[in-house]
Ligand binder design. Structure first.
Ligand SMILES: [Zn+2]
Length: 244
């Protein structure tokens, strides 16, 4: 769990750590149980964290950066065992979970304690899915820049100076020699491309307080995003980043 996430939870009073003799916060089993309970509440009552993620999750080979769905190939967690060759490349390194993020750390940016009604839940989903996309797109671009041997300091500079979405798309187009829109369209994700743009427009309306939207339309949009988000990034990753 991220340190900052924990700090935010303490600040909001969701967890109250006990203090040890040096006055450092100490987490008891009771605290951890409460956090688990709260995570489950988020899942069940709010439908958060329901982006389509196969039960086995995705794993990445650190040698060639190929991503596979754990349960496409095996039952249970045998693919996590590095003694078993990774599908396709046969590498035997310790696998990494993909994506490497804590879903809840994104939610921390938005004060969910103020939410009560369905409209609010729709709004948090809007913010959450947009943030998820931005996070995954940025991680993908970092991997792409690393693959073409860009130095770390330069990667930070490039991302800082291209923080707006259209500039990031232009960066992708430059690196790949293709247009993101066409890549999505030609690989069965045209629906996702359309809905992702719609989602971004609505998020901006929400931020600029001009939000007025048919919730049925937005819920249909969420369905496509939930179904395809991770699939899109697995596809892009394996097409442009994997060296297999
Ligand atoms: Zn590999």
């Amino acid at each position: 769990m991220h340190r900052q996430t924990m700090i935010n939870w303490i600040r909001r009073g969701w967890v109250k750590p006990k203090r040890d003799y040096k006055d450092w916060p100490v987490f008891t089993d009771e605290c951890i149980a409460k956090i688990r309970e709260w995570r489950e509440t988020l899942k069940e009552e709010w439908g958060i964290a329901m982006i389509n993620r196969p039960s086995g999750g995705y794993l990445m080979c650190p040698d060639c950066k190929t991503i596979v769905s754990n349960n496409d190939y095996t039952k249970g967690s045998t693919l996590i065992n590095p003694k078993n060759p990774f599908p396709g490349c046969g590498h035997q390194s310790v696998r990494e979970l993909w994506p490497r993020w804590d879903v809840l750390s994104l939610i921390d940016d938005f004060d969910i304690t103020t939410l009560e009604h369905e409209e609010d839940i729709t709004k948090i989903k809007l913010i959450f899915y947009c943030s998820s996309f931005d996070f995954l797109f940025e991680s993908f671009l970092v991997n792409f820049l690393e693959k073409v041997n860009t130095q770390r300091q330069l990667i930070d500079y490039i991302l800082d100076t291209n923080s707006e979405f259209p500039k990031r798309v232009a960066l992708f187009n430059k690196l790949s020699g293709e247009k993101l829109k066409d890549v999505l369209k030609n690989n069965g994700f045209s629906d996702f491309g359309t809905q992702q743009r719609f989602l971004r427009e609505k998020r901006n309306e929400l931020v600029h307080k001009t939000f007025d939207i048919d919730f049925d339309i937005l819920n249909k949009c969420f369905e496509v995003i939930e179904r395809d988000m991770l699939k899109v990034f697995v596809f892009l990753h394996n097409k442009y980043i994997s060296t297999r």
